[in-house]
Design a protein around this ligand. Structure first.
Ligand SMILES: Cc1cc2nc3c(=O)[nH]c(=O)nc-3n(C[C@H](O)[C@H](O)[C@H](O)COP(=O)(O)OP(=O)(O)OC[C@H]3O[C@@H](n4cnc5c(N)ncnc54)[C@H](O)[C@@H]3O)c2cc1C
Length: 492
């Protein structure tokens, strides 16, 4: 949608084809009936401010909250750790767990600001093709990124570089001593990923998630997260672009390594000079293009992309008396708890003691007193050793509710309706191969110039005029719009 808006703004003839009956992919506010309206997947966040400005999304109804709600780490004794957006208030809460950690909070925020700046600059940089096809002019961008990093000063530069391969546990251990404080922050390193806090590279993903959110908690968008993609759709149309819903692409037509157009499931053929796919790379190449049209080594590399979804989502429509505070509420009580929650994914099962992240929202369309509790659930392996996702959704729902009810005793009696979204639903309804919400795990061997695969990180593909954007390429995953903005710069 970001790429479409930029291209339409340049005066290009743009057609967006969306398989669902709603635009927005994972960034949608949807109804599950009876006024049960909610941000179905992604809980909060926004695009990069420069993209909002370039596309003038405010004029299309996008209003991002100016005040960030707190990040709350649940504790058994209800003495919750609250990371308020006001650093002084956060320091007061951290003090209850460690005076030393409280003193380190503001220096840590300063460092994370620099890490965010680095990641944003990296995400705006089109990665050169490495190791094959390296081109000196593309390499200049990487050199500039290195220079930006150097300009941060030796100490911060080293801290960022060292932080990339670290585990989230090691990363937070350099700053904090309280297990409670460490676990709350480290949870960002595994959010949406099939990795534990002892996994190499979760230091990087911690910085990545922090950068995408702009802090620890989600930032809210007025009217729901779907307003982001609604505003983008409105911008595309205002610039003369067209959006077609219920228009699922069955195949991308290729003739001798050049793409010619697409064929929809209804049989319609649409010719196009350029095609940009925002579907995940595995889906794009293996299903839409087809292995026969691609070089064998490339196919092998695409087949090897690690897609390992282990996220489920549980939404509860309640009478509003659940007792859960406003903000981003995490169940991440200790480092060991998080690692053990991940064990379930390793062994292809569902965590009995999951890592949860909970947000609440008013479901005003039905009744002003009703409120939706949305629970992000990890870990629930896409590939289950026992059982299958046609039946195991109920298990996830029960574990999520039982676990949360230990902290909020009124939760169960407040529930009016419920909806679970399993990893299989993520694949079938939202087109995410293996339920992987980042279109490919964000891991050290699948990031920067290795995303989606080594040698093809610059949005181009072995098929002329076929480009990639979206979470599966560098600039993704997550909601930022970076890869959509970048692809426009490489289009012929
Ligand atoms: C539960 C959950 C929690 C998350 N939490 C966070 C978070 O805290 N921070 C963060 O940064 N990110 C988070 N994410 C990830 C983030 O939402 C995604 O990375 C991002 O929205 C992906 O955007 P995209 O445009 O790349 O792809 P998508 O939103 O997946 O869009 C791809 C689009 O392509 C369409 N499509 C696919 N195949 C076809 C076809 N053949 N024909 C036509 N259309 C097709 C799909 O329907 C979809 O609309 C979360 C995601 C989930 C599910």
């Amino acid at each position: 949608m970001v790429a479409a808006a930029y291209l339409a703004k340049q005066g290009k003839k743009v057609l967006v084809l969306e398989r669902r009956d709603i635009v927005g992919g994972q960034v949608v506010t949807e109804s599950f009936g009876d006024g049960f309206t909610v941000d179905s997947l992604h809980a909060g966040g926004t695009l990069r401010p420069d993209i909002i400005k370039h596309l003038n999304l405010a004029s299309h109804g996008l209003v991002v909250d100016s005040v960030r709600k707190p990040f709350i780490s649940l504790q058994a004794d209800s003495n919750h750790l609250i990371f308020d957006a006001n650093p002084a208030k956060a320091v007061e809460s951290i003090k209850r767990f460690s005076e030393k950690d409280a003193a380190n909070w503001i220096p840590f925020l300063d460092f994370m600001k620099k890490a965010t700046q680095f990641i944003e600059t990296a995400n705006s940089t089109i990665m050169p093709r490495l190791p094959k096809g390296f081109n000196l002019s593309e390499g200049m961008a990487l050199a500039e990124l290195g220079l930006d990093l150097r300009m941060m000063g030796g100490k911060d530069m080293m801290r960022i570089i060292r932080g990339i391969p670290m585990t989230a546990d090691e990363f937070v251990d350099e700053w904090f001593e309280s297990d409670v404080v460490k676990a709350a922050i480290a949870s960002l390193g595994i959010h949406g990923l099939t990795l534990g806090v002892y996994g190499a590279g979760t230091g990087y993903t911690l910085m990545h998630t922090w950068a995408n959110r702009g802090g620890m908690s989600h930032i809210s968008v007025q009217g729901g997260i779907g307003k982001i993609t609604e505003a983008l759709a409105s911008a595309v149309k205002s610039f003369g672009g067209e959006i077609r819903l219920n228009a699922e692409v069955k195949s991308i037509q290729v003739d001798t390594y050049t793409c010619k157009g697409v064929v929809l499931f209804n049989g319609e053929e649409i010719a196009a000079k350029n095609i940009i796919s925002a579907a995940d790379p595995k889906h794009t190449f293996l299903s839409l293009v087809g292995a026969m049209e691609l070089p064998p080594e490339f196919v092998w590399n695409v087949q090897s992309i690690k897609m390992r979804g282990s996220v489920a989502k549980v939404h509860l429509l309640t009478d509003g008396k659940h007792g859960i505070p406003d903000g981003t509420v995490a169940l991440a009580p200790s480092i060991k708890y998080l690692e053990q929650a991940y064990d379930a994914a390793k062994y292809h099962s569902i965590s009995e003691k999951p890592y949860l992240e909970v947000t609440t929202s008013a479901s005003e369309s039905v009744h002003p007193l009703k409120s939706v509790v949305s629970i992000h659930f990890q870990f629930a392996a896409f590939k289950l050793k026992n059982g299958d996702w046609k039946t195991e959704g109920a298990k996830v729902e029960n574990i999520a509710i039982d676990t949360l009810a230990e902290y909020f005793p009124n939760l169960k009696s407040s529930i009016v309706n419920r909806k679970v979204i399993t990893p299989l639903d993520l694949e079938q309804t939202y087109s995410l191969t293996e339920g992987d919400l980042n279109h490919g795990q964000i891991m050290l061997d699948q990031f920067m110039f290795m995303r989606p695969i080594p040698g093809w990180s610059n949005h181009k593909t072995p098929i002329d005029n076929l480009y990639l954007c979206g979470s599966g390429v560098h600039g993704g995953g997550g909601v930022s719009g970076a890869s959509g903005r970048n692809v426009v710069r490489v289009l012929k």
